[in-house]
Design a protein around this ligand. Structure first.
Ligand code: NDP
Ligand code: OXD
Length: 308
């Protein structure tokens, strides 16, 4: 039984060791050394070249090394087999940690003090209490729900927006397009943790920013194509938005000429908000491999029609 591993960003040998420890009979072939393509039954991948997965005629399933599968689904030659997205305790914990750090940085106005320091300005001021700050999370899935719980534990007013209603202690749930406006209206710090789909592309645009409270902050940790960059810069420059934290971009790495690098109200991080580690993620992947070989659907199967 052979699995093909392909990722420019993940530690291939560590994955091989963790999977072999759980399924000794599994042969892990690291791309491009895949041998006979007809022997590959499972692909464990992140950002495979378009068309690559069509080369394996006996493929039974595609397991994504990322939570977001927008890149995979965009491949017009993707084989018609089940796809599972990554769910891993480390991925979830590190995302909740990053979102908390970014929210606290804006909430405690550390970004403003960083700017003031550059001009040796003693900008004495106290922020509101966390209980007075309203954080809104777009996407209350695996990652958004974990981030929401962290923020509730730190005393923020937290609400979320998802396709279907959610019941999370301390979180006000808004669901569906009709509840987007009330959700945005009660948001001082907006966090995007939506999957990238035809419905969510460009959702962080001028119309959305206009609905937020004056002086609001935006944190995008989902995908670069959720954000209309020119609209963000305009909202920051007009003073309507007070700052942004961006981890994901339309073009990655973010090109040196992109003005977001130099914008005084923007923090850029290089798509590092969260990460899975083989030692913890391999449990779920091994469970999926066993399920697939037993003819069962993988856990966390992607719905291709919905796009996530
Ligand atoms: P999930 O699939 O678990 O959750 C997605 C959430 O978005 C669900 O609550 C879903 O609603 C909601 N949603 C989807 N479409 C809509 C819509 N049209 N309107 C309203 N709500 C919608 O995904 P994860 O939480 O695991 O991951 C979210 C995204 O985070 C990934 O797709 C990826 O792009 C990004 N990511 C970024 C990383 C980084 O390092 N920056 C790392 C990992 C992921 P419902 O629950 O009702 O279906
Ligand atoms: C993911 C990512 O989707 O790293 O997991 O962005």
């Amino acid at each position: 039984m052979a699995l093909m591993f392909l990722s420019p960003d993940d530690p291939a040998e560590a994955w091989r060791a963790e999977l072999r420890a759980r399924i000794p009979e599994l042969e892990v072939r690291i791309w491009p050394e895949v041998g006979d393509p007809a022997e590959i039954e499972i692909a464990l991948v992140w950002r495979p070249p378009p068309g690559e997965l069509a080369r394996y005629p006996k493929l039974k399933a595609i397991l994504s090394l990322g939570a977001g599968v927008d890149g995979l689904i965009a491949d017009p030659d993707l084989p018609d087999v089940p796809i599972a997205r990554m769910v891993d305790p480390s991925l979830t914990r590190t995302m909740a940690e990053y979102v908390l750090a970014a929210v606290l940085r804006h909430h405690r106005e550390l970004d403003r003090f960083e700017r003031a320091q550059r001009t040796s300005t003693w900008a004495y001021a106290f922020p509101p209490q966390a209980s007075e700050r309203r954080v809104g999370i777009m996407g209350l899935g695996e990652l958004g729900a974990a981030a929401a719980r962290q923020l509730v534990a730190h005393g923020f007013q937290v609400s979320g927006w998802s396709r279907t209603p959610k019941s999370i202690d301390g979180v006000v749930s808004h669901a569906g397009h009709g509840e987007l406006h009330p959700f945005l209206h009660r948001t001082d710090i907006l966090v995007c943790l939506l999957p990238l789909t035809a419905e969510t592309e460009g959702i962080l645009d001028a119309a959305t920013f206009a609905e937020l409270a004056h002086g609001a902050f935006v944190i995008n940790v989902a995908r670069g194509r959720h954000l209309v960059e020119a609209d963000l810069i305009e909202a920051l420059d007009s003073g309507h938005l007070a700052g942004a934290t961006l981890d994901v971009f339309r073009e990655e790495p973010l090109p040196p000429a992109n003005p977001l690098w130099r914008h005084p109200k923007v923090l850029v991080t290089p798509h590092v908000a969260s990460y899975s580690v083989p030692a913890t993620a391999a449990d779920g992947v091994a469970a999926d491999i066993r399920r697939i070989l037993a003819g069962q659907p993988p856990l966390h199967q992607v719905d291709r029609d919905k796009g996530y």
